[in-house]
Design a protein around this ligand. Structure first.
Ligand SMILES: NC(=O)c1ccc[n+]([C@@H]2O[C@H](COP(=O)([O-])OP(=O)(O)OC[C@H]3O[C@@H](n4cnc5c(N)ncnc54)[C@H](OP(=O)(O)O)[C@@H]3O)[C@@H](O)[C@H]2O)c1
Length: 289
């Protein structure tokens, strides 16, 4: 389950919204049942693909690749921390913000998959990390994900930022938009970089709210970067080279909320958007998978 599905349904994402009766899109891991001999995949292989919400799918074998993760790594991580959301974090930090050791990196929606990866990768790069999350998950973000400092997005942020025991923010990785983005823009260091990745606070709003005041961006001589992970899939091998050892060392992980059966998919998406789920939201179709 990915948050973009909500803006997709509202017609505000990059691609066209599915029509009533069409399959909901989404990435999944599937097992190959039949495949032409001599092709890139064999029956029994697991593949990651844009299969949408379905139990069965027929599609050309060209372009499919067997899932290649070390056997000690659970396959579903390829949909999360070691897949597209993890790559999103990596691309934002390393390609757009060119993060450097000693810098302060803050991330919103910190308990989510992208947020968890930002914290782990920023720590691995020698940065001090600040996670912005909801009240019930602050302990998880600090003590399990390893953020050096946490901020509660449910309480006024300007006050919390004033009391934060770090200098201003060098890299702000925004997954939230709205009031969180506005508050963080006022706490940027000189030459800060802001990666605009997502808008969790705004996906469900019918009308676009008035934008944040961008004045502080000017004062900080900051750079804003719009991140679209589709532009960075070429970096997946480079990302995995760094991320797999971090995962195996227990330094990169994300909680999973797993729903059972396709009929639970709408509820899974609503939980994600309502902020009640915890970490990566997955729907498992095959109990034995
Ligand atoms: N630009 C790209 O190419 C790209 C690629 C992938 C993902 N994204 C974006 O990255 C963001 C995070 O994605 P994800 O895969 O990490 O999702 P996820 O694992 O489902 O996590 C979503 C998290 O968002 C937070 N949240 C929920 N409601 C919120 C609200 N009203 N305001 C602020 N935060 C809220 C919650 O964390 P807390 O309780 O910790 O706040 C929740 O756990 C989304 O905005 C998504 O669209 C963008």
């Amino acid at each position: 389950m990915d948050p973009y599905l909500c803006s997709l349904l509202a017609g505000r994402h990059l691609g066209p919204a599915p029509e009533p009766g069409e399959r909901m899109p989404g990435q999944g891991i599937a097992r190959v049942v039949e495949a032409p001999s001599g092709g890139p995949v064999r029956p029994g292989n697991r593949v990651v693909l844009d299969c949408g919400w379905t139990r069965w799918l027929t599609q050309p074998a060209d372009g499919l690749q067997p899932l290649k993760l070390p056997p000690d790594i659970p396959p579903q991580t390829a949909l999360g921390i070691l897949g597209m959301p993890g790559l999103t974090a990596w691309a934002g930090l390393h390609r757009m913000a060119t993060v450097k050791s000693g810098e302060v990196v803050a991330v919103s929606s910190a308990s989510g998959t992208v947020g968890a990866a930002v914290i782990a990768l920023a720590r691995a790069a020698g940065c001090t990390t600040v996670g912005i999350s909801s009240a019930g998950k602050l302990d998880y973000v600090q003590n399990e994900l390893g953020a050096h400092f946490v901020l509660d997005r449910g309480q006024p942020l300007p006050e919390q930022l004033k009391n934060l025991k770090v200098p201003r923010i060098d890299v702000y990785f925004d997954n939230a938009g709205g009031a969180v983005l506005e508050a963080m823009l006022s706490h940027l260091a000189l030459n800060a970089r802001v990666v605009l990745c997502g808008m969790m606070a705004q996906y469900e709003q019918i009308e676009r709210p008035p934008g944040p005041n961008l004045g502080p961006v000017i004062g900080a001589r900051a750079s804003l970067h719009g991140l679209v992970v589709y532009d960075h899939f070429d970096a997946m091998p480079t990302f995995l080279e760094q991320a797999v050892p971090l995962y195996q060392a227990g330094r990169l992980h994300c909680h999973e909320t797993v729903f059972a059966g396709l009929a639970q998919a709408p509820e899974a998406l609503c939980n994600l958007l309502g902020g009640t789920s915890h970490g990566r939201v997955l729907v498992r179709l095959e109990p034995s998978f």
